[in-house]
Design a protein around this ligand. Structure first.
Ligand code: CA
Length: 231
């Protein structure tokens, strides 16, 4: 039997750390903590955690620095913890290699959902086969056969619409920044052309969402990007 996932929590606020610890331990995660970035890098190297929860504002180092240093030698999923209004920092963290974020104050349910999604993606990456079909609620995406259906009804998409949806589906549940989506869909040269994204996301919502103004699947993360919502 595989051991319970080990989560490294890097956070200098004691009440926040306590909340995270209680939530994780109640759901059979193993737990390791520190309030310093430098120490976090040492712990990541010595304990090889399955996931890192990382506060962006640490006393000794910036969480962004921790992320980029960790990414030079590790692919461990990183979820950053940030304050409301730190949208630019979140985007930078995600573009630097963090996998997702939670915004303070967050509840135990939200935290655990993010943790499960981040851990699922590692397993999925290791087993590429799972990526050919993605089911989210009534939405089914068959990436290999290029077919999309909603509640059993086939949905016709243009090649670009399909490409965009399959990029989101590949990382379903996980937030993607505008830059990440643009780069994967249209290529590096179009990485900053957010208007493409708005136009095509609108088209996709019109085809897939019951109420395009209140999307259930293709969710906007304000100031950050989009997420194909799974829970
Ligand atoms: Ca802090």
């Amino acid at each position: 039997m595989k051991a319970d996932p080990l989560v490294l929590v890097v956070e200098d606020e004691v009440p926040m750390r306590r909340l995270i610890k209680t939530s994780l331990l109640a759901h059979n995660y193993r737990y390791l903590e520190t309030d310093q970035g430098r120490h976090a890098l040492e712990l990541a190297a010595s304990h090889n955690p399955d996931l890192v929860l990382l506060d962006l504002g640490l006393p000794d180092m910036d969480g962004l620095e921790v992320t980029s240093e960790l990414r030079t030698w590790s692919q461990v999923p990183i979820i950053v913890i940030s304050a409301r209004g730190q949208e630019d920092d979140k985007v930078r963290a995600l573009d630097t290699g963090a996998d997702d974020y939670v915004t303070k104050p967050f509840g135990s349910r939200e935290l655990l959902a993010r943790v499960r999604t981040a851990l699922r993606h590692t397993r999925r990456d290791a087993n590429g086969k799972d990526l050919s079909k993605v089911t989210v609620g009534d939405l089914q995406i068959d990436i290999e056969r290029r077919r999309v259906s909603m509640a059993g009804r086939d949905i016709r998409l243009t090649p670009i619409q399909f490409k965009l949806l399959s990029v989101l589906a590949k990382y379903s549940g996980k937030v993607l920044t505008h830059r990440q989506i643009l780069t994967e869909t249209w290529g590096q040269a179009h990485a900053s052309e957010s208007h493409y994204l708005r136009v095509y996301m609108g088209q996709l919502r019109n085809k897939l969402e019951q109420d395009p103004a209140r999307p259930q699947y293709l969710v906007t993360e304000h100031g950050i990007g989009y997420r194909l919502k799974v829970e």
